[in-house]
Write a protein that binds this ligand. Structure first.
Ligand code: DGT
Ligand code: CA
Ligand code: CA
Ligand code: ZN
Length: 586
């Protein structure tokens, strides 16, 4: 078990003890120990092996034993027993925003509530609002939180669905009776969250293919299986539909099941206006619904169907009925950015704050991946929970990065780390580090990490203030949303985009699949104002470099081309662009 997993369990023990009504100093001890372990500057294994745990402030004998047990076995009997002693419904209540252990305990003690369903009923009956320390407002928030959780539970992050879908497709491709196969639905359109996975295959023997599919190891249970279609439940709770069609029907079926529904409706109307019929079986010359093969006018590919309807090809990511059909009638659509166009990421973390690898390890890994650069932009001091850096530590880190770059140059590598910070935009709009320090760094990302509950005007003013600072290159994760977890804070996107246009500031497309922030729906406006996008991994681990691919998918949904994305530039051109705002004469 690594240190962050151990820290997580210690923090959870603190919460569980609070839920049981333990004395404050004991619950605090666990919360503090969790923070201490998470931010250790050296490997935990080493400290344990050298018997030095006791030297760390706040880690008494009882904690030492527990940490050692966790590190050695990955288990802790005390934790398992504690967890088992609490009704699972109470733990579930803790997931509702605004309900901490104290409130949950009060609900349990005073109203005897054991489950989320009972809590919802108590709220509906007005019993929770009448309790001391709760009130109408809290009660309304709890109801909203419960409803939101229910909606979240049936949706999934694309990062969860994509690997499973790809391995199922690999399996299907290996089957001798499969002619063509691919994904459709929201996954093919690269939506940020998806309801279910839709797969499509063509075959002369659909029964064999469906039988093979429903017996894949990832399939937990079969929900329905017919002659041409099966629905299954996969590991992780995602549902997956597979349809099998004849090979001639593959292109129109792919088009139909890719959607979106709204896009399909427009396409069908377009067909009707031309004396044609478009459905999942094909494109037909007919004035009535049909699937008569003699009337078919579609082709071997989706491109040919678009052509028959007088349209240039529309990439799946754009099929959202946001004007793509009208544009595809006039001419070819813009050539959208590809993930292989990306040369590096401009917002990432290292062990200096809450990342998991040192700058030297990061440099080696990203160089090996074939990237050209990678900015190390650790948190600033106000993000103390993330071990943010003060000015002194930033300067130390800059020296370390310069040495790494000198070594890389000496070895003949062209890869470079860039120095930087993800500086907090404080509650009052000021930045967490002084301008003279920011001026020494290659890349400055400015983000909000606190006071999310301010009004839209206040949040917007903080972001605009940061954009007006000449040393800030990029506004990070604009709305702070965590998909299926935390709603965005309120931001006036148009006002912020206009401020970025006026000041030459870039906006991040945070490519972490929990964020994808700024949302793809706002990028066309940013693009129309000439605001550039930085597709950033916000990497905390080496494998987060893979987010570049997911981020590019979202950028494509935002109609972005290579020229709109700043980190498609090679290093020297990027350096020139990084200087541009700083040397402006206004
Ligand atoms: P999801 O699964 O909620 O993330 O979204 P989709 O878009 O994958 O929707 P899904 O799985 O219900 O259906 C897949 C595609 O099938 C959808 O994008 C378009 C097509 N489709 C499904 N139902 C209808 C419909 O009633 N009318 C039309 N025109 N197309 C439909
Ligand atoms: Ca779907
Ligand atoms: Ca579906
Ligand atoms: Zn960050």
């Amino acid at each position: 078990m690594d240190k962050s997993q151990i820290a997580e369990i210690l923090a959870e023990i603190g919460t569980l003890l609070e839920l049981k009504g333990e004395v404050v100093f004991k619950t605090r001890a666990y919360a503090n120990a969790a923070r201490t372990i998470e931010s250790l500057g050296e490997p935990l294994d080493k400290i344990i092996a050298e018997n030095r745990l006791g030297e760390i402030k706040g880690i008494g004998e009882a904690l030492q034993k527990k940490i050692t047990e966790l590190a050695a076995t990955g288990k802790l009997a005390y934790y398992d027993e504690l967890k088992a002693s609490i009704p699972p419904g109470l733990l579930e209540m803790l997931q509702i925003p605004g309900l901490g252990p104290k409130k949950v305990k009060a609900l349990h003690d005073k109203l005897g509530l054991q489950t989320v369903a009972e809590l919802e009923a108590a709220c509906a009956a007005g019993k929770v609002g009448a309790l001391d320390g709760f009130g109408e407002k809290t009660q309304a928030n709890i109801i909203e939180g419960i409803q939101r959780r229910r909606a979240y539970a049936s949706r999934h992050l694309v990062s969860q669905a994509l690997p499973i879908a790809e391995s199922l497709l690999d399996a299907l491709r290996s089957h001798p009776d499969v002619i063509r196969c691919g994904s459709a639905g929201s996954l093919r359109r690269r939506r940020e969250v998806i309801g279910d996975i839709d797969l499509l295959a063509s075959s002369k023997k659909p029964g064999n293919v469906l039988e093979f599919f429903t017996h894949q190891p990832a399939v937990l249970s079969v929900i329905a299986q017919g002659g041409t279609k099966a629905s299954v439940l996969l590991e992780g709770g995602i549902q997956c539909d597979l349809r099998v069609v004849g090979d001639a029907e593959f292109p129109p079926a792919l088009m139909y099941f890719t959607g979106s529904k709204e896009h399909n409706i427009q396409m069908r109307q377009r067909a009707v206006a031309r004396g044609l019929r478009l459905n999942e079986y094909g494109l037909f010359r007919s004035n009535a619904e049909t699937r008569d093969p003699a009337l078919r006018v579609d082709g071997r590919t989706e491109e040919e169907i678009f052509q028959q309807l007088g349209l240039h090809y529309i990439p799946p990511e754009l099929r959202e009925d946001t004007g793509e059909i009208a544009l595809a009638e006039k001419g070819p659509l813009p050539r959208l950015v590809e993930w292989s166009d990306l040369k590096g990421s401009l917002h990432n973390h290292s062990t200096w704050s809450d990342g998991h690898q040192r700058p030297s390890e990061i440099a080696q890994a990203m160089d090996e991946l074939g990237l050209a650069y990678w900015a190390v932009t650790d948190h600033s001091k106000s993000s103390f929970q993330a071990n943010g850096l003060d000015a002194g530590r930033v300067r130390q880190q800059v020296r370390e990065i310069k040495q790494i770059n000198e070594r890389l140059a000496g070895e003949g590598s062209e890869f470079r780390l860039l120095t930087g910070t993800e500086v907090d935009i404080l509650k009052d709009g000021k930045l967490d580090l002084p301008d003279d320090l920011l001026a020494e760094l290659d890349v400055v990302v400015a983000s909000l990490h606190q006071s999310f509950n301010q009004s839209e005007e206040e949040i917007t003013a903080r972001l605009i203030g940061a954009a007006r600072n000449r040393y800030v290159h990029i506004l990070g994760h604009l709305t702070g949303r965590l998909l299926l977890e935390r709603e965005p804070y309120k931001v006036n996107h148009h006002a912020v985009i206009e401020a970025c246009a006026a000041t030459g500031t870039w906006i991040e497309l945070n490519a972490s699949p929990r964020r994808f922030d700024m949302d793809w729906r706002h990028w066309p406006y940013a693009k129309s104002k000439g605001v550039k996008c930085a597709i950033n991994c916000d990497a905390h681990r080496l494998e987060h470099a893979g987010f570049l691919r997911l981020g590019a998918g979202i950028a494509r949904k935002g109609w972005l081309e290579k020229k709109d994305v700043i980190n498609t530039l090679p290093l020297e051109k990027l350096r020139a662009e990084l200087q541009r705002k700083r040397s402006r004469k206004d």
